[in-house]
Ligand binder design. Structure first.
Ligand SMILES: Cc1cc2nc3c(=O)[nH]c(=O)nc-3n(C[C@H](O)[C@H](O)[C@H](O)COP(=O)(O)OP(=O)(O)OC[C@H]3O[C@@H](n4cnc5c(N)ncnc54)[C@H](O)[C@@H]3O)c2cc1C
Length: 381
């Protein structure tokens, strides 16, 4: 189905993102999987190309594009190659950027945003803790005011880019007795005494991404590094989750599309009983179902993208897009694994890796159950 959400400028931009991926990322593919993180040289090249600061005003070194579709193009192209490439970059450009742009103090913006755009300052966001991620209001990390700074104690887990981030946005309780109404966000810089990280976590998929535990032991943060209003951190996070969930949806669909396209080619070439396996009616119908599922998911996601560009995407629709596309992606890639037969179960095949990579998308960014909770609540239940 022809997509109408993008214009000529976005397609031109897409060509430059593809060129960057082919030149900079693909040759390092295996190394990145082994090292379990994106090398700084890739970040810096992405920065030189202007990809990291699309939403950042020119005065801080960004491209000032003011149109989330450019971010969506980057996400689509990265996810087509490997889901984790999108996860790594989108945490920085789609998830962390709005906090820094909209909520950080001017002093902090001047300090962080130029490096954010060049790739010299990589960001991560720490909401989830060992004791829980879905129930954000119950987080246990604390921040206590002491003179002109805050002292943070606690820990975070499953943090994407956590092991090598130069700046982590940390959610902490500033008024523990007030639950969701007592959370504040802070920017914690690498190298701050008391801020340490665990080893990279051993995930079943997305090995390219560095996912780590973070520890805060009397970490002293200047008051100017408070992000947003005191005790309003929960609201700030909720207000920014629709963009994060849209970004997930965009990547879910693009990732599934990349794998499905490869699979369609494969079933045309692979033969059994003297004919291409794609010619068997069962397989033809399976491919037809997968293509349809993908196009339906794409249409809703594009509609959400257009709504977001128009400033109209709400939490409920973003939640629908997030859960639906992560489920659809898992179903589509599982179908592709079946069509690849035994090869579909071999790690050296992209389809097998994609199958493992996709699973987490039903868990993170607000699990699919939490998405349904939000949607159900909007129906008055
Ligand atoms: C690879 C990876 C990267 C991640 N990156 C980040 C990151 O960068 N920053 C960050 O802060 N977090 C990150 N996360 C954490 C992620 O957002 C959480 O794992 C997720 O929110 C779920 O929290 P939990 O793991 O504590 O599960 P729990 O909250 O313990 O939930 C366990 C199960 O119970 C279900 N459940 C919980 N509450 C309800 C309910 N009310 N109704 C129905 N079911 C419910 C959940 O859906 C889930 O199935 C990442 C996780 C992974 C795996």
């Amino acid at each position: 189905m022809r997509r109408t959400v993008y214009e000529a400028d976005h397609e031109l931009f897409r060509a430059s993102v593809r060129e960057f991926i082919d030149r900079t990322l693909r040759p390092l593919d295996e190394d990145i999987r082994t090292e379990r993180m994106l090398r700084r040289e890739v970040w810096l090249e992405a920065g030189r190309q202007g990809f990291l600061g699309m939403q950042v005003p020119a005065e801080y070194g960004g491209q000032d594009a003011g149109d989330f579709r450019f971010n969506a193009v980057i996400g689509e192209e990265l996810a087509r190659v490997a889901a984790a490439y999108n996860s790594i970059v989108s945490i920085h450009v789609d998830v962390c950027a709005p906090y820094l742009l909209e909520l950080a103090t001017e002093e902090a913006r001047k300090r962080w945003l130029p490096g954010f755009c060049t790739g010299e300052l990589i960001t991560a966001i720490g909401m989830t803790e060992p004791s829980g991620g879905s129930d954000l209001a119950a987080l246990k990390t604390t921040a206590v005011r002491d003179g002109d700074s805050w002292v943070i104690n606690g820990s975070k887990t499953f943090i994407t880019n956590g092991g090598h981030a130069d700046l982590v946005i940390v959610a902490a309780k500033t008024a523990p007795e007030r639950g969701a109404k007592g959370i504040t966000l802070f920017g914690v810089e690498a190298g701050t005494p008391g801020f340490t990280r665990g080893t990279k976590l051993d995930k079943v998929g997305q090995p390219e991404a560095d996912t780590s535990e973070l520890f805060f032991d009397n970490v002293r943060v200047p008051a100017a590094h408070q992000i947003g209003e005191l005790d309003r951190g929960f609201v700030h996070m909720m207000e920014r989750l629709p963009q994060e969930r849209l970004s997930c949806a965009v990547a879910n669909v693009a990732h599934a599309r990349g794998v499905l396209e490869e699979t369609v080619e494969y079933v045309k070439q692979r033969t059994a009983f003297g004919q291409p396996i794609g010619g068997f009616q069962h397989n033809k119908f399976l491919v037809a179902e997968l293509i349809t599922k993908l196009d339906v998911a794409q249409a809703f996601t594009d509609q959400c993208l257009a709504a977001h560009v128009g400033g109209e995407l709400n939490t409920v629709d973003a939640s629908k897009a997030k859960w639906w596309t992560s489920d659809a992606q898992n179903q589509i890639i599982d179908g592709c694994v079946q069509l690849f037969g035994g090869y579909g179960y071999m790690r050296e095949y992209r389809v097998a890796r994609a199958w493992m990579d996709a699973r987490v998308t039903r868990i993170w960014a607000g699990s699919n159950e939490i998405m349904k909770e939000i949607i159900g609540r909007s129906a008055g239940l």
